[in-house]
Structure formats: C-alpha cells, structure tokens
Design a protein around this ligand. Sequence first.
Ligand SMILES: NC(=O)c1ccc[n+]([C@@H]2O[C@H](COP(=O)([O-])OP(=O)(O)OC[C@H]3O[C@@H](n4cnc5c(N)ncnc54)[C@H](OP(=O)(O)O)[C@@H]3O)[C@@H](O)[C@H]2O)c1
Length: 315
Amino acid sequence: MDNFKIRLIEIPEVADGEVRLAAHLFSVDPYMRGRMSDAKSYIAPYQLGEAIVGGLIARVLESKAKDLNVGDYVMGRLPWQEEMVVAAEGLQKLDEKIAPLSYYLGILGMPGLTAYFGLLDIGKPQKGETVVVSGAAGAVGMVVGQIAKIHGCRVVGITGDDEKKDYLLNELHFDAVINYKTTVNLEKAIALACPSGVDIYFDNVGGEISDTVIFQISKGGRIIVCGQISLYNATSQPVGPRILQTLLARSAMMQGFTVNNYSARFSEGLKALSGWVSNGLLKYKITSYKGFDSLPEALMALFEGKNLGKLIVEI
Ligand SMILES: NC(=O)c1ccc[n+]([C@@H]2O[C@H](COP(=O)([O-])OP(=O)(O)OC[C@H]3O[C@@H](n4cnc5c(N)ncnc54)[C@H](OP(=O)(O)O)[C@@H]3O)[C@@H](O)[C@H]2O)c1
C-alpha cells in the first residue's frame, strides 16, 4: 500500500477529437504486478510517479468527438484517474443492452479472449479428454473450464478456497476441484481426479502446482502457459526446469502466449463468447471493490485469492 500515492491533478480543457471521462469500472489484473518491475517482458514497465494504466470503463462527461455523446459508456486502456481528458480515437463504445458493463472487462473482454484462444487454439481440446486448469475460479480460469465442458472434456479445477471450489463444482459443473491449500498430497489428488492422465493443462499459476500437474501429463499432452501468478512476487526465480524430461518422454507440447497474439481474431472470439453467454452455456462472476481509494487493496487481493471471477473496482 505504501508504494501507492493518490494525487490531485488539474484536468485540461477538452480539445477537438477529445472527451472528458468519469471513471466507472476499473479492471484490476495480475499483469499489472509484472509492470511494476523493470525486468524484461512483453510489455513495458510502469514509470515511477506516473498513473497506472489498465482497462477502464468510463462515462462521457463532455465530448468534442463526433461519434461520442455525453452519457455514453466507453472502454479503453486508460490511467487510474477518477476523471480524465483523452483522445476519442481508440475508445470502444459499449452497449449495455448486449451485456452488463462489467462483462466487457471479463468474459467479453481480455480474460474471456485469453481463455478462448489459449484453450482452443493451443490446447485443441477433443471430446473425452481431461483438462486441468489452475487458477480455476479466476477471471480466465472459470471461462477455460466452461469452454472445455462445452467441448465435451472432463474438467478438473485447482483453486485455493473451498467456497470457490463449491461454486466450480455446483454452479459451473466442473467434474472435480482440488483445493491446493488444504490438500496434503497434491500429486495423489491430481492422480485421483485424472484417472486417465492430464491431456491438457491450462496453467495460470506456475510454481509447485504446475510442476506437480505436468509430471502427470499424458502422451501427446498440451500445456498452455498463460500465467505464472505464484511467481510474480518472487524476488528470485526457482532454478531448473524439472519437467522438461517429462515433456520429451511424453511428446507433450508446451506453449506460452499472450492474448494480443490473437488481436486480429478478437471479433471471432467475442462472437463465440457472446453466443455462449446469451444461450446460458457460459456463466460469469464479478468481485467488486468500491471507490477509487480501494484500487491498491484490490490489486493486492488478486495475490491473496480474494476474488471469485473478474476483479473490478467500481466508482
Ligand atoms: N497470457 C495472457 O495473455 C494472459 C491474459 C490474462 C491473464 N493472464 C494470466 O492468467 C492468470 C489468471 O489471470 P486472471 O486475470 O484470471 O486472475 P484471477 O485468476 O482472477 O486472479 C488471480 C487468482 O490467482 C490465484 N493465486 C494468487 N496467488 C496464487 C499462488 N501463489 N498460487 C496459486 N494461485 C494463486 C488466486 O486464486 P485462488 O484463491 O484459487 O488461489 C487469485 O484469485 C494470471 O497469471 C495472469 O497473469 C495471462
């Protein structure tokens, strides 16, 4: 918390092609932690003293842009500010009639697209296969599991909380869910939940959980390296890829990706996701914090597992 400072700033006048926005829903995401380090990554680090930038849904308060009117809701990559003046170009106008606004930050936004392309394009799930997903009750994980069910797979989730486990089993109909915090022998629990091995592992967390799952990968298995949240706060990296020999022996495929690799196909992903949401095949959960000042606490909550589904901050 001490690393954040809230400042009062002047908001400039609105010029042609610009809008003045009031923040409404902030997206809080694990990748933000990675941008708080200057380690080399696929995305540039945040700069000290500058506002954090991320997904934001905002209401238009004043407009000098031809396609946006006062009262419209827009989404963009915008700073953590309560109010701002920005160029209208690059903002996406949202339609509340299609889905609740918060869905555009979750299932019909970056996390939903990550689940869709990661699982379908890299994992290529086949009917009857077993899919294990870690971070299963999060914004990405809960969509992965449901899309795998739509494709006729057996789905095993890994989470760190019994309430989340109940939700995944009872509401989303996962076939088995393991609580990694209370399970004494994770290896045995995975073997019991996956009697015919792990055909696809969708990795959101990395570390020991992934190490344990990957040792049980099936011949021809696919490992989708989506996130490594268990390592984001680590001050030194664990040594040695213990699992590589296993990949070799099982001819298993492991691939990392970022959702932006698929930007040219986002409309295809959104069409499929919206279809599944509107016919009830995909359900979604939002965990919401209230008020601008709660942004740092909300970011921390991701690393303490306090969210079920997509974490947002509502103004
Ligand atoms: N490749 C891409 O383009 C892309 C795009 C989006 C997200 N991601 C990655 O995908 C992962 C999930 O993102 P998300 O937005 O859906 O977040 P999320 O799962 O909604 O939130 C994070 C969750 O991670 C779990 N977690 C936190 N610390 C952990 C630890 N040490 N070990 C195991 N689990 C831990 C917690 O759930 P529990 O209560 O179950 O522990 C927490 O609720 C992240 O690693 C993120 O960086 C990648």
